[in-house]
Structures are given as C-alpha cells and as structure tokens.
Write a protein that binds this ligand. Structure first.
Ligand SMILES: NC(=O)c1ccc[n+]([C@@H]2O[C@H](COP(=O)([O-])OP(=O)(O)OC[C@H]3O[C@@H](n4cnc5c(N)ncnc54)[C@H](OP(=O)(O)O)[C@@H]3O)[C@@H](O)[C@H]2O)c1
Length: 315
C-alpha cells in the first residue's frame, strides 16, 4: 500500500513541484496556508493528528530574507517553532519528517564548499530561524531528512530569474552583485531529487534505506558555483535565444523586448540590503551523492533546462 503523505506548503516554488511529483511515492494530502497557518501551533498538531501520515513533507517557510530582519518573531514562528511542532507530532505517530533548510545557516567565511558538519553561524534573522528549526527537528528524536538548499528559482513565482528578465526589459544596464558566491538551484531539481529519495526509502525492494538510519542533514544544491552577477549574465545569455512563444518567458517579460546590453559587476557594499548575506555559501553535495546516489546537475545545465523546458527532467 502506498504511504500517506501530508504535504505542507503547496504554493511555493518547491511545494508546487512536490505536489506534482510526490504522487509517485504515496497518497498526497496537501495543505496550503489557508488550511494550515504555520504561525498557529495548535493547527499544526491538529492537522498531523487528523491525517496521521507516514510522511510529512514541509515545503512551507518564511523566505523573505530582508523582511525577516524587521519581523524576526514571525520568521521564528514559521521557520523554527513550526518545524519543531511538526517534529514532535511526527515522533508521536512514528511519521518521517522531510524539511528544507538553507545555505544561509553558514557565515560564508569558508572558501571551499560547506559540509553538513561544518559549524553553522547564521548572519541574518532568516538564517538564525532556519537553523533553530533544524535543531528543533534534530532534538525531537523524529526520523527526519533536512535538505539544505540554496538560491532557489523557478519559472513562476518571485525569484531572481524572473526579476532579472523583468529588469532586462526596463534597463539597458544591470548592476549585479559579484561578491556573493553560491549555487542557483531550480525548484524542479529539488522536488525531483526529493521524490526519488523518498521513493527509494519507501520501496523496500530497492533498500537498504531505512528512515531512521538515513535521518540527518543533507546538502541538496546544483553543482558548481557562481555569483549573482554570473547568474544574471547566464540568464541573459539564455534569454536572447528564447522564443517569445515560451509561455513562462512571455509572462516574465510581459511580452516586451529585452533591452539590457550589459551586466555590470558590483560589490555588495554598493547594493546595501537589510539582511547581511554570506560571501560564500557553496554547499558540498557529497553526502547526498554517497548515501542516496542522487546528484543534481550543474547550475548552468539547470538554467538551460529551465529555458528549454522547466519540467524536462525526471529522475
Ligand atoms: N527561496 C530560496 O532561495 C531558498 C534558499 C534556500 C532554502 N530555501 C528553503 O526551501 C524551502 C522552500 O522554499 P521556496 O523557495 O519554495 O519558498 P517560497 O516559494 O517562498 O514559498 C514559501 C511557502 O511557504 C508558505 N508559507 C509562508 N508562510 C506561511 C504560513 N504562515 N503558514 C503556511 N504556509 C506559509 C507560502 O504560502 P503563501 O503562498 O500563502 O505565502 C509558500 O507556499 C524553504 O524551507 C526555504 O527556507 C529556499
């Protein structure tokens, strides 16, 4: 029998894709913010006790990194306390909790990719709340997977890819930060990898996976690294060859021609933001690859596939 899955957060970049892919693993019941507000712990407990799922997949989060500086208590409620409550309830019913975290738990002082066991040292309110969420899950004793990902984008919603395309229709020159290095990761890749891993865990024939033994933190990002400037430049390289008939591209540009001619690299100090961001937050994906034999493509390949067909890849 297929396991019951409770998917929390179905309107976000990753949640939307999981809603499409998780039926390969089990019977999905999905709750959006209207049906489950994560600032209300009693609602979380009630939902989990009512559905009694075998798997709880939490794709919801407070992701407004800059706004979190002035709304830290809301960010903590959603990113720290809510996952803690989910984990407590998961432990009680023997459910397996799958959760996402972020590269922003690190301070960015390293110059080589961060491993899962490197000491975190979040530099902003969002990162601190996400780190607290990780710790609450780990302390609960519930079987869990925490996938730390980074620089997530999609062909819909609000993200860097779509912001750059919109700006490229408005300005001839874009000035983009060059001194923050990371790995832009496409939502479909994260959902695809998560689904593959859960299928393997749930399929005893392809063992030797067991939820308890696999529990822990795993980095899950695109391969390679770039700066926001490098990412913006690559977006424009792809964009010039994209036909106006591509629906998401037309929606992003409003059908207007691209007028951007140059992407100027600038320092973070020239683009001050409320939240401080790590200068280097590349994550090593070696553990994911070693344990689950899952490896996400290089960021540049992912970007190309987003332009070619956002849902081209299936693991
Ligand atoms: N975006 C990134 O660059 C990035 C980077 C690293 C890690 N991550 C992590 O990846 C995961 C998914 O991120 P994403 O980019 O897919 O997020 P997203 O697109 O910003 O979506 C956030 C989701 O959380 C929901 N949500 C927010 N507040 C809620 C509340 N009070 N109650 C219930 N639902 C609420 C949103 O619902 P509404 O649509 O109703 O607002 C939406 O479905 C998160 O754990 C995030 O921390 C993201």
């Amino acid at each position: 029998m297929k396991p019951a899955i409770l998917l929390i957060g179905t309107t976000g970049q990753i949640g939307r894709e999981l809603y499409r892919t998780l039926p390969r693993v089990g019977e999905v019941s999905a709750l959006d913010r209207e049906r489950l507000d994560l600032t209300r712990p009693a609602e979380i407990r009630h939902a989990i006790r009512t559905f009694r799922p075998a798997l709880i997949v939490n794709a919801a989060a407070y992701t407004a990194v800059d706004r979190a500086e002035s709304e830290e208590s809301v960010a903590r409620a959603i990113n720290a306390e809510a996952p803690g409550v989910m984990a407590e309830e998961a432990k009680k019913i023997g459910a397996f909790l799958i959760h996402y975290s972020t590269d922003y738990v690190f301070d960015g002082l390293k110059t080589t990719p961060y491993e899962e066991d490197d000491p975190p040292n979040a530099q902003n309110a969002y990162g601190r709340a996400k780190l607290e969420g990780e710790r609450a899950i780990q302390a609960s004793g519930a079987a869990h997977l925490i996938f730390r990902t980074a620089w997530v984008y999609a062909t819909e919603g609000r993200n860097f890819l779509l912001a750059i395309l919109r700006l490229a229709t408005q300005r001839e020159e874009l000035r983009i930060v060059r001194d923050q290095i990371g790995a832009p990761t496409l939502n479909t890749e994260i959902a695809g990898a998560t689904t593959t891993i859960l299928s393997r865990i749930c399929d005893t024939k392809t063992g030797p996976f067991s939820a308890e033994e696999m529990s822990g933190i795993y980095h899950m990002t695109a391969g390679g690294e770039t700066s926001w400037h490098g990412f913006a430049s690559a977006i424009l390289e792809e964009a010039v060859n994209t036909p106006a008939t591509c629906a998401w591209f037309a929606a992003a540009t409003g059908g207007s021609p691209l007028i951007a001619r140059s992407v100027i690299p600038i320092a973070s100090s020239e683009y001050p933001t409320p939240a401080r961001r790590p200068a280097y937050s590349v994550l090593s994906n070696a553990r994911l690859s070693r344990v689950f034999s899952v490896q996400l493509p290089a960021w540049r390949v992912q970007l190309k596939s987003a332009f070619a067909n956002p849902r081209a890849r299936s693991f």
